[in-house]
Ligand binder design. Sequence first.
Ligand SMILES: Cc1cc2nc3c(=O)[nH]c(=O)nc-3n(C[C@H](O)[C@H](O)[C@H](O)COP(=O)(O)OP(=O)(O)OC[C@H]3O[C@@H](n4cnc5c(N)ncnc54)[C@H](O)[C@@H]3O)c2cc1C
Length: 490
Amino acid sequence: MAKKAIVIGAGFSGLSAATHLADMGWDVTLLEKHNQTGGRARIMEKDGFRFDMGPSWYWMPDVFETYFGWFGKKVSDYYELVRLDPSYSVFLEGNERVDLPADYQEFRKLCESLEPGVGPKLDEFLKQAAYKYKVGINEFVYKPSLSLTEFADPRLLLEVFRLDLLKSMSAHVRKFFKDERLIKIMEFPVLFLGGTAKTIPALYSLMNYADIKLGTWYPMGGMHKIAEGMTAVAVEKGVKIQLNTPVRQLEVKGGKIMAVVTDNGTFTADVIINSGDYHHCETALLPAAFRSYSDDYWNSRVMAPSSLLYYLGINKRLKNLLHHNLFFDEDFNRHAAEIYDTPRWPERPLFYASAPSLTDPSIAPEGCENMFLLIPIAPGMPDTPEIREKYYHIVMERLEQRTGQEIRPHVIVKETFAYQDFVSEYHSFKGNAYGLANTLTQTAILKPSLRSKKVSNLFHTGQLTVPGPGVPPSLISGRVVAQVVERTVR
Ligand SMILES: Cc1cc2nc3c(=O)[nH]c(=O)nc-3n(C[C@H](O)[C@H](O)[C@H](O)COP(=O)(O)OP(=O)(O)OC[C@H]3O[C@@H](n4cnc5c(N)ncnc54)[C@H](O)[C@@H]3O)c2cc1C
């Protein structure tokens, strides 16, 4: 008889863990509280607009290809991928704007125009980043990080130093670049890791390789297409997906989960894998005696920011924007301090605006634009409708002014999502949008463990455990936990 596993949550990590286990011969049931799979990458449809609710940047296409490849499939079996060119636009202070070409030689020319003579340094920076990507993505991120001995291989220890694991991204970038605009561009990718360049280890310049060399892509139909493809593979492998099934309690006896209590009945299995918020699982689903980590532990963690999001349907086409637009036209350090050092609502926020309908007309009615705005906010900051409205006008004012067009009178759909929604929709600790920051002291073995310390048949996957936040890491996290389960429980 096949061993039984229950996976809680059908985001990318849960889908990945469930599909891997099913592929290994396990009898897998996936329990999801929402009415669709995808987790943070759910979609919202309104008046002919189809909004991706969470991730919008498709980086590291090789990780997705590898994922589908594990099951004998290809990305193109599920969605059409297009490379964006320019990759994205950065609005800088003083009315300056740079559009980053996808072609490396063109990108290099742009960098030379910002900092004459920087070309060879850029080449070297990216050569090192390519090496980090190769070792980081092929070796480090697939380690379950359950014990230091996994890293005891002398070759790997040497790599830790070669990879600049211990230095900060900020110091690393400044070794190569002097121009503040270039520094902003090179430091931008670490924002995906939930921290700032001062706290994220230089290992993650691998993200610059992902950005500049591997490119920015888009799955036609939207980011949710990834979840649709993964769901199709899961079902094909025999995973039983139960939507609208919030898990309310994990009953423990003799150090083992004996029952998973949901709104749709009670389930039993040999192994439980939680892919929802780790803190929620520990504090709301498990009895207190079986938590692996204390309140003090959680409160001392550096969480990725929360976000204030706007989903806008606009009844005209927009000009002077690209698919991805970063508004880095205010003081970055000040906004970062308002997130990490003295959490408060930002005075003059940086923000991100996406208009995916510029690439993909299928997600908006004819003649209309589908737009998404994101303002990073300190985790744990309750909001009100008035605050949401205030920030809407702050960023729209800048957006209209910088792109030279009226937008607000043309907004026919306007939905918001913020701290309270992250908590109520995903049970997200402090309303974090994408998990735990990948700071040096929260990397690998120093992250919340993917294996419970107190409950023998409970495991975790997803953005609060290894390897970290983001869509590609979540796919990898699901594979890593499935392999640990298969190795230790079977
Ligand atoms: C606004 C935003 C923008 C982002 N942008 C990007 C981007 O551009 N590129 C990128 O790579 N990453 C991005 N990310 C990060 C990325 O989306 C996440 O890291 C990733 O999707 C996390 O996947 P996960 O499986 O760990 O968690 P989740 O997606 O949160 O999945 C967990 C699932 O568990 C379910 N669940 C929770 N508790 C229970 C329960 N008790 N019972 C049943 N089900 C439960 C939830 O409903 C959810 O479906 C973004 C995230 C956000 C929020």
